[in-house]
Design a binder for this molecule. Structure first.
Ligand SMILES: C[S@@+](CC[C@H](N)C(=O)[O-])C[C@H]1O[C@@H](n2cnc3c(N)ncnc32)[C@H](O)[C@@H]1O
Length: 280
C-alpha cells in the first residue's frame, strides 16, 4: 500500500451509517465526521458491488466491540492493541480506567488519521498511543515495545479489516511475532476472506466487481484462506476458533439471508496458550 488507506475511510463511512440504524448493534459517534464526504462517496460506490457491506461491517464492529468489553470489563485485560487501526475510535468510544489502547498502522494512514482527529473538536486524541508500522517490512511487537506496551501482560489484539490486504508473508510474519513476543495469555482477533476471492478465481461477476473496486483503490485483496488453523498453528498458536458472519448475523440480527453472501468471510480468534476465557 502506498499512501493513506482509502478503504479505511470507506469502512469508517459504513460505521457512520450503521450507527443511525433504528436499533443499532454498534454506534460510533465520531465516524461520520472522520469519514467525511470522501468516505461516503467511496462507500456509495462500493454499495453497487456488495449491498450487504453495511450489515457485514456493523456485525464485525459489534462482535469485536464485545471482545473489548469482555476483555476489559470482566477479564482484567489492561492493554488493547488495534493493528491497522485506520479510523478506529475504540480508544475514545470504550475508555476504561487503567486500560491502555495502542494503535498501530501504516505510517501514511496513521498520519492522515491524526490530521483528521486534530480537526475534530472534542476527540480525545491522547486516549491511544500511536505506533507507525508497515507490516510488510517491520515488526509490530518492536514498535509496540518502543511505545510502552508490556509484553508481560495479557493483551487483546484486534486486526480488523487488514489481513486481506497483506501478502501471506506479512500475515505470517506479523502473526508469528505476536505469538512469540506478547504474553502467551494474549488473544489475537482478525477477519479474513476465502482463497478464491483473494486469488480472483472461480468468482461470480458480483465478486469480481467487488474485488476490482477495492483493487482500484490501490489496496488489492492479496491474502485469503479457507482453513486458517494450519497457518496459525505454524505461527505459534495453540488455541484457535473461527466465527462465521452468517452465525453472527443470526445471533445479533436474528435471521439468515443467503443473498448477503456472508459465507466467504470469517473471524478468527487465536491465542498462543490454551485459554479458558469465555470468548463469544
Ligand atoms: C480496510 S482498512 C481497516 C481499518 C480499520 N481496522 C477499520 O476496520 O476501520 C485497512 C487498514 O489496513 C492498513 N494496512 C494495509 N496495509 C498495511 C501495511 N502493509 N502495514 C500496516 N497497515 C496496513 C491500512 O493502513 C488501513 O488502516
Amino acid at each position: 500500500m502506498d499512501g493513506a488507506s482509502s478503504t479505511a475511510l470507506m469502512v469508517c463511512a459504513y460505521r457512520a451509517r450503521a450507527s443511525t440504524w433504528p436499533q443499532p448493534i454498534m454506534t460510533d459517534r465520531w465516524a461520520a465526521a472522520l469519514a467525511g464526504e470522501e468516505g461516503q462517496r467511496i462507500a456509495a460506490g462500493f454499495d453497487r458491488h456488495w449491498p450487504a457491506m453495511e450489515t457485514w461491517l456493523a456485525l464485525r464492529v459489534a462482535y469485536l466491540d464485545r471482545l473489548v468489553a469482555l476483555a476489559t470489563d470482566r477479564l482484567s485485560v489492561r492493554q488493547v492493541v488495534i493493528l491497522g487501526a485506520g479510523y478506529d475510535t475504540r480508544a475514545a468510544r470504550m475508555p476504561k480506567s487503567g486500560v491502555r489502547y495502542f494503535e498501530v498502522d501504516h505510517p501514511d494512514t496513521q498520519a492522515a488519521k491524526r490530521a483528521r482527529l486534530a480537526a475534530l473538536p472534542g476527540y480525545p486524541v491522547d486516549a491511544a498511543t500511536y505506533a507507525p508500522c508497515d507490516f510488510e517490512r517491520e515488526d509490530p511487537v518492536d514498535r509496540l515495545r518502543a511505545a510502552g506496551l508490556s509484553t508481560r501482560l495479557p493483551t487483546l489484539v484486534l486486526w480488523e479489516g487488514v489481513v486481506p490486504y497483506l501478502t501471506e508473508a506479512a500475515v505470517r510474519a506479523t502473526a508469528t511475532t505476536l505469538a512469540r513476543g506478547l504474553d502467551p495469555r494474549s488473544l489475537l482477533a482478525f477477519d479474513f476472506v476465502g482463497k478464491n476471492l483473494a486469488a480472483g478465481q472461480k468468482l461470480s461477476a458480483q465478486d469480481h466487481g467487488m474485488r476490482d473496486f477495492i483493487g482500484d483503490l490501490a489496496e488489492p485483496v492479496r491474502f485469503g484462506s479457507d482453513h486458517i488453523t494450519p497457518l496459525l498453528a505454524e505461527c505459534g498458536y495453540r488455541w484457535v476458533r473461527t466465527v462465521s458472519f452468517d452465525d453472527l448475523a443470526l445471533q445479533l440480527l436474528g435471521d439468515y439471508q443467503r443473498e448477503r453472501l456472508f459465507r466467504f468471510q470469517r473471524i478468527a480468534l487465536a491465542s498462543p496458550s490454551v485459554v479458558d476465557a469465555p470468548w463469544p
